[in-house]
Design a protein around this ligand. Structure first.
Ligand SMILES: Cc1cc2nc3c(=O)[nH]c(=O)nc-3n(C[C@H](O)[C@H](O)[C@H](O)COP(=O)(O)OP(=O)(O)OC[C@H]3O[C@@H](n4cnc5c(N)ncnc54)[C@H](O)[C@@H]3O)c2cc1C
Ligand SMILES: C[S@@+](CC[C@H](N)C(=O)[O-])C[C@H]1O[C@@H](n2cnc3c(N)ncnc32)[C@H](O)[C@@H]1O
Length: 659
C-alpha cells in the first residue's frame, strides 16, 4: 500500500493552480467555468436531465480526476437550479493526489459565484484519506463519494451505475495513465444503460480506445483554444470482449425497493440512528423503535467514546472500512457542538511494548501523515500534556465523541419518528408488510425493516443464526482535577482515557466474555485504574487515583456486540433454510456458482456487529445499508461490502459442510 500524497501545486500570476507532478493546468487558462459547463454539463445534457428527475429520482455522475472539485461544484449548482426538491445528485470521483484543504480553499476562491457550494464542500473536506470517502452535502440531497487513490486501483472496486461520465485527467500526453483501454473498460463496466460521456480532448487514439470499450464518441466543436472535444454515449459491452465478472448471487443486489418508502428501524443506538438518518436523507419515512425510554441507552450510551483506529498496514477489509468510516464519522461531527458533543483533540496510541512499536512503524509507512504520525516519547508528552513512558502513534484528527449526541442528531433529521418504549418481540410478514409485534400488540408495520438491535437481533427467526456475541464492557468516570486539566489529547494503551467532558474523564474499558450482569462492578473499576497506570502514572497521580475507592467509583457497563471476523454485519437478509437449499452444492465444490437467485427476505435488512468501534463503523454502515436498499453506488469497495454482508456466514458454513 502506498500512502496518499497531496497534490503539489504552483500558482500562476493570476492565482491559478498548476500541477508540478504532471506539469499541467487544472482548468482552462481562459475560463475554467465556461469550459466546465460546456464540456461536461452541456455535452452530458445535464440541465434537461436534472429538470426531468422526478421526486425521489437521482442522477449519478462519475468523474476521473476530482482535482479542485470545479466540475463537481458546477454540476451541483446546475442541479440546484433545475432539479425538483426531493431529487438527488450522486457524484463519484477518483483522485490520486487530493488537494490539501488550504490549496482547495485557495483554488475555489477563484470562483466567487460558486461560494454557496464551495463553502459547504470545504466544511466537509476533512479526513480525506485513502480509499472511499463519502461526503454528505445539502442535508443528503447531494452525495459526493471520493475514491482516493489511483484510478486503476479504485474504479475496479466501485459498485455503481453511472449515468454520466466526466473524463478529466490531465492532458493525455502528460497523464497517459488516465487514458488507457483498461480504465475505459472500467467506465464501461460501471456505465448505466444509456450512460453519456464527455471529455475536453479530441485526441484520435483516446477516441478510438473509448469507442473500443463500448461507447460511441463523436467529435464536437470545442471552446476557447480547444478546437474540438468529444462526447458520446454507452452502446453496450462490446460483443468481442469477455463480459465483466458479476457478483455471486448471494452478494448480488436484491431487487430495489418499490412502492411505499416507509421503514421500521428497530434499535435506537448508533447503528439504528445512522440507518434511520441515511434512509430519511433519501426521502424514506422512518419509524425508529427503541425499547428504552430514549435513544442511546445501551452500548451507545457512554459519556465518551474514542475515535480509535485499529489499522493494518496490509490493507485488510477491516482496515479499509476503518479509514472510510473514520472519515465519514469525522465529517458528520463537524455538524455537532465541539467540546460537549465531541472534541477533535487527537488520539495518541502508545507504543507500550516492542511488538506494538513495530506495528506502529509499519503503519507510519503505509498511511499519510495527515492521518497518523509517529511521535517519540518527548513529542508524545508535549502533545498529551502529561508525562508518558512511551512514544506512540498520533492521530491528529481523532478525538472523543459523546455517542448519545451523535444518535440524537441523526434521529432529529426530518422524516424520522422516534418511538421509545417499543420493545419488539416478534416480526411477522403480512400483505407485503413487516409487522413488529410486542406479544399481542402490533407496534408498527412497513415494507422495510432494519434490525439494529445489536446482539438482540438474534431473537428474530431470520437473524437468529447470525454469529453475534456479547462482550460486557465497563467504563469508569473520573472527576477532573486542576492537575488533570493538562491532559490535552486522548491517550490509549490497552485502555483509554480522554480529556474531561463536563468535568469528567472517561476511563475505559474492561472486556468480559462471560458476564451478563450490567451492574457496574468494583473489580472492573479497579481493572480500569490498572489500565490508567499503564497509560500514564503521572496522569494517575494527577487524578489522585490512589485515594479513590473502586467501591465508590461511578461508571456504566454495556454489551459490545461482535462477529467472529470483527467486521460488522450490514446488508440484506436471506431466508436461511431456502439459502442452504439453493446453494447446497457449495458443500461439495466451493468454486461452484449456481445461477439460482438468492432467496431474499424482501425488505429485511440488518446493521449490527459493531464491536468496540461503533463510532467509526456504524454511521458509514447506515450509508451502506441505504445504498443496498436504493440501488445506489456503494460507499465502500465492493469487496469490503461483501466482507460485511450477512450472507458471508451462511456461505462459509456451506463450504465447510457445517450448514
Ligand atoms: C464499555 C464500552 C466502551 C466502548 N468504547 C468505544 C469507543 O471508545 N469507541 C467506539 O467507537 N466504540 C466503543 N464501544 C462500542 C460502541 O459503543 C458500540 O459499537 C456501539 O454503541 C454499537 O451500537 P449499536 O447501535 O449497534 O448497539 P446499541 O447501542 O447497544 O444499541 C442497540 C439498541 O437496540 C435496542 N434494542 C435491541 N433490541 C430491541 C428490540 N427488540 N426492540 C426495541 N429495541 C431494541 C437496545 O435497547 C439498544 O438501544 C464501546 C462499547 C462499550 C460497551
Ligand atoms: C485536470 S485535473 C482535474 C480537474 C478537476 N476535475 C476539477 O474540476 O478541478 C486531473 C486530475 O486527475 C488526477 N489524476 C491524475 N492521474 C491520476 C490517476 N492515475 N488516478 C487518479 N487521479 C489521477 C490529478 O491529480 C488531477 O487532480
Amino acid at each position: 500500500m502506498n500512502p496518499v500524497t497531496h497534490a503539489q501545486l504552483d500558482w500562476d500570476d493570476q492565482g491559478r493552480p498548476h500541477s508540478r507532478v504532471f506539469d499541467d493546468v487544472y482548468f482552462s487558462d481562459q475560463s475554467g467555468l465556461e469550459e466546465t459547463r460546456y464540456v461536461f454539463l452541456q455535452q452530458n445534457r445535464l440541465q434537461e436531465r436534472f429538470a426531468a428527475l422526478p421526486v425521489g429520482g437521482r442522477l449519478v455522475i462519475g468523474e476521473t480526476g476530482f482535482g479542485t472539485g470545479l466540475n463537481f461544484l458546477c454540476a451541483w449548482q446546475l442541479f440546484e437550479q433545475h432539479a425538483v426538491a426531493g431529487a438527488r445528485l450522486h457524484f463519484v470521483s477518483v483522485e490520486k493526489y487530493p488537494l490539501s484543504h488550504a490549496d482547495l480553499q485557495r483554488a475555489l476562491a477563484l470562483w466567487p459565484e460558486l461560494a454557496p457550494f464551495a463553502e459547504p464542500l470545504l466544511a466537509q473536506y476533512v479526513a480525506i484519506h485513502q480509499g472511499f470517502q463519502r461526503l454528505i452535502l445539502a442535508n443528503g440531497r447531494v452525495t459526493l463519494t471520493l475514491l482516493i487513490g489511483d484510478a486503476l486501483e479504485q474504479l475496479p472496486q466501485l459498485d455503481a451505475q453511472i449515468d454520466a461520465w466526466f473524463l478529466d485527467g490531465f492532458a493525455p500526453a502528460k497523464n497517459p495513465d488516465m487514458w488507457t483501454a483498461e480504465l475505459f473498460a472500467e467506465l464501461a463496466r460501471l456505465a448505466a444503460p444509456g450512460s453519456t460521456i464527455s471529455t475536453f480532448t479530441s485526441t484520435g487514439w483516446v477516441r478510438r480506445l473509448i469507442n473500443g470499450a463500448g461507447f460511441k464518441m463523436k467529435r464536437t466543436p470545442g471552446i476557447g483554444h480547444k478546437w474540438e472535444i468529444l462526447r458520446g454515449e454507452f452502446l453496450g459491452w462490446p460483443a468481442e470482449t469477455p463480459p465483466p465478472a458479476v457478483a455471486k448471487p448471494w452478494f448480488a443486489r436484491p431487487p430495489a425497493a418499490r412502492g411505499e418508502r416507509r421503514a421500521l428501524v428497530i434499535g435506537g443506538g448508533l447503528a439504528g440512528c445512522a440507518s434511520a438518518a441515511s434512509l430519511a436523507a433519501r426521502g424514506w419515512q422512518v419509524s425508529l423503535l427503541e425499547r428504552h425510554d430514549g435513544l442511546a441507552r445501551e452500548a451507545s450510551g457512554n459519556p465518551q467514546g474514542v475515535l480509535y483506529l485499529k489499522l493494518s498496514a496490509h490493507g485488510t477489509a477491516l482496515s479499509q472500512l476503518i479509514v472510510s468510516g473514520f472519515g465519514h464519522t469525522r465529517r458528520l461531527l463537524e455538524q455537532l457542538q465541539r467540546g460537549v458533543d465531541w472534541d477533535g483533540c487527537g488520539v495518541l496510541q502508545l507504543a507500550f511494548n516492542a511488538k506494538e512499536a513495530e506495528r506502529q512503524a509499519q503503519l507510519a509507512e503505509a498511511f499519510d501523515p495527515q492521518l497518523l504520525l509517529l511521535l517519540d516519547q518527548q513529542q508524545a508528552q508535549v502533545r498529551a500534556g502529561v508525562a508518558l513512558e512511551h512514544g506512540g502513534l498520533y492521530f491528529p484528527e481523532g478525538g472523543w465523541v459523546h455517542p448519545p449526541a451523535l444518535c440524537q442528531w441523526q434521529a432529529q433529521q426530518p422524516g424520522i419518528d422516534v418511538l421509545p418504549h417499543h420493545d419488539v418481540l416478534e416480526l411477522r410478514k403480512a400483505d407485503g408488510q413487516w409487522q413488529a409485534w410486542d406479544g399481542e400488540r402490533l407496534l408498527a408495520s412497513a415494507p422495510v425493516v432494519v434490525l439494529a438491535g445489536a446482539a438482540e437481533i438474534k431473537r428474530f427467526a431470520p437473524s437468529a443464526g447470525l454469529p453475534l456475541k456479547r462482550i460486557r464492557g465497563q467504563i469508569t468516570a473520573l472527576a477532573q482535577t486542576p492537575a488533570s486539566q493538562a491532559l490535552s489529547t486522548v491517550v490509549c494503551a490497552e485502555g483509554y482515557v480522554a480529556p474531561a467532558r463536563l468535568g469528567e474523564h472517561t476511563l475505559g474499558a474492561s472486556f468480559d466474555f462471560n458476564s451478563l450482569d450490567l451492574t457496574p462492578s468494583a473489580a472492573d473499576h479497579a481493572g480500569n485504574l490498572a489500565l490508567l497506570e499503564e497509560i500514564s502514572p503521572d496522569l494517575r497521580q494527577r487524578l489522585h487515583a490512589d485515594a479513590l475507592d473502586p467501591e465508590q467509583l461511578q461508571g456504566r457497563a454495556a454489551f459490545r456486540c461482535t462477529s467472529p471476523d470483527y467486521l460488522p454485519i450490514v446488508g440484506p437478509l436471506a431466508d436461511p433454510a431456502l439459502f442452504n437449499e439453493a446453494y447446497s452444492v457449495l458443500g461439495k465444490d466451493a468454486r461452484q456458482v449456481p445461477d439460482t437467485p438468492c432467496p431474499w427476505l424482501d425488505g429485511l435488512y440488518v446493521n449490527s456487529g459493531h464491536g468496540s468501534r461503533g463510532l467509526i463503523t456504524a454511521p458509514l454502515s447506515g450509508e451502506l445499508l441505504a445504498a443496498w436498499l436504493d440501488n445506489e453506488p456503494l460507499p465502500l469497495p465492493r469487496s469490503v461490502a461483501q466482507d460485511c454482508h450477512p450472507n458471508r456466514f451462511a456461505v462459509r458454513a456451506l463450504i465447510r459442510g457445517k450448514a
